[in-house]
Design a protein around this ligand. Sequence first.
Ligand code: ADP
Ligand code: ZN
Length: 737
Amino acid sequence: MFVEVAVPLPIDHPFTYRVPSGREACARIGVRVLVPFGRRRVTGLITGIVDGSSLGEREAREILAFLDDEPYISPAHLAFLSAAARECLAPMGEMLRAALPGGLPRRESPTSPRTETVYVAPAGSPDAALTPGQRKVVAAVLEAGEISSSDLSALVKGGAGIARRLVAKGILAASVREKSVTLAASHFPEPSGALVPTPHQEAALARTGVALASGGFAAFVLHGITGSGKTEVYLRAIEQARLTGRQSVYLVPEIALTPQLLGRVRARFGEGAAVLHSGLTRAERTHQWRRIRAGEVFLCIGARSAVFSPFASPGLFVVDEEHDSAYKQEEGIRYQARDIAVMRAKMEGAVVLLGSATPSAESIQRTRTGDATLLSLPERIGARHLPEISVVDLKGQSARRGADRYFSSALEDAVEETLSRGEKAMLFLNRRGYAPVLTCLDCGTTVHCRNCQVSLTFHKQDGVLLCHYCNAKEAPPERCGACGGHKVAQVGIGTERLVAWAARRWKEARVARLDSDLGRKRGFYEDLLSRMHSGEVDILVGTQMIAKGHDFPEVTFVGVLLADLSLSFPDFRSAERTFQILTQVSGRAGRGDRPGTVIIQTLSPEHVCIRKAAEHDFHGFMEAELAEREALGYPPFGRMLLLRLWGPKLERVQAAAEEVAEALSRPLSEAGISMLGPAPSPIAFVKRKHRYQILLKMPQRFAVGDLFPDLLRPLRDVAKKAGVRMEADVDPYNLMV
Ligand code: ADP
Ligand code: ZN
């Protein structure tokens, strides 16, 4: 008897091993085994039983040990993972690495969950005289009913210490429980459960309810403007799925940016929810994964890898902000979590709910072909109006000098008025750093990264020039490296410079910044959110990070400094991305009782994505966008596959790319697939590697997993011999490098 074993290594094919005689009963799909591998021993997973007769004379090595009595991964889950691997042209071993948080451990070591202290208030009111700090702690405990020491400290400064002393005095009681590593408390709990769904929410839930009850595959696209109550629909649909005895997967683009959402999920589902994301330690992730596999929870909320949650019978896949490109994993195995969710829902006979204020062209096209049903939430909760958006043509600003040229008087006046009313403003600029380019005014030379074909960005706060592609740092030059001139100018504007400008212009205002330079620092983000909520920030400056999902009722004005930044990318999705980001950032204005206004500054006021964003006309934009995509055969009207080749020697990369293209040309034209390239990538030198690409366009629904694995395997080896790496990216999102 022989079995196929996948090892968690980036190798294209499984290996065949012999089952020791007498152990045939142990050889079940999904069981971990210890196998010899070269001169090592590795842990693998049985992925198939092989018919021994087809092996011919080949000598297969023997399995050393079986590590499980029951499958570590159920055969059904394994079938899904292997279908997913085929779809993204990834080796099964790589898929296992992506899908199993702890990899394939040899021994399933017990992950001991961390514990924490929780406090409760005994019945009756404390009669001891309390200090103000103690009173705050007691009030927080009473309000929460039960609260962990870390949550307490987040609410009251030094809260945990105070609580300990109150326990000693008998005013509070304490117990120890397993720490919920995952659902950290929101600082801004909101009422839940008692809400009465709006008629639009009701209508959407009626459709999901019927689909869930029928137990078959169904896809819905939930188009709801910002603040229309989409999250509430997700939470109730999860409840519906639970009533049918099935589990839910709830995907969000970036979980670290959604502490409020986690608070809501915890308020609703308590410990019935697991959380998976990259911010957890490996042990924590493994612990969560096992709770899911063991059926201890009915919900997993997480970033893209949560789509691989090992639930026995998932009935619902929610994909929030489904248009977000964060769902495309860009390192290691490249998969689109939203598309994998749809695929898995089909395999499981489950419901998939794709929600967004700006659904992707792909999803809207699904609703047009009948592959999905469109559900709409066209109104904001509480009859709040969408903000009024005006567009300002920046081209008339050339008379102003320096950073002033990025501020129209309309924008200045609007911020001024907002502040004078005691309200808050957001300024959005999709570029971090101080200045994106340093240029010599004498000879025109700009400072480039030595590893990449891009200019370096000046980061004033850190006093460095930084490459946004390879993270190389350099000291800013005092003279031009080419001509020795002294006039090296900082050209252009990033968020740091915008903050400096705003702080100079409005001296009384408290200006804060949020971008990925700061936002990834531990605690910074939560701290900023709570400062925003308590009204300690008057002007918030930031990149996309300020656009995502926040609800700051006091923000009544949003200014977009330069809408053109995302439009200028040589990428067929650039108009769609610009529309999405403008809509999203505009949606931050006027979420409270006062109406909001938005100003979009741009150099291309006539562009359809800017006009339609200003008119809140999603469907108008999508119609124009889809017509253009169809004319050019771009997704969603065709599929694409990008082959990237890179290596240290330009001639070799070029030669390998030509060889690959040559070898592919016949089989591809037979399959009706067109080929663009080979050509240097738009950014052709990154991290000291030269880059070439070949872009393949094929019909929609083309099964890439059927044709390409066998076609590409030998070519990858050919490239490798020349010192060139080759990677296949199915339905690529990044066409630049
Ligand atoms: P979205 O996800 O579309 O941005 P949310 O679900 O977060 O919208 O809802 C926005 C706000 O409205 C939240 O504070 C939420 O609690 C509240 N809300 C949602 N549905 C209702 C409802 N039916 N009645 C009252 N408030 C609601
Ligand atoms: Zn670089």
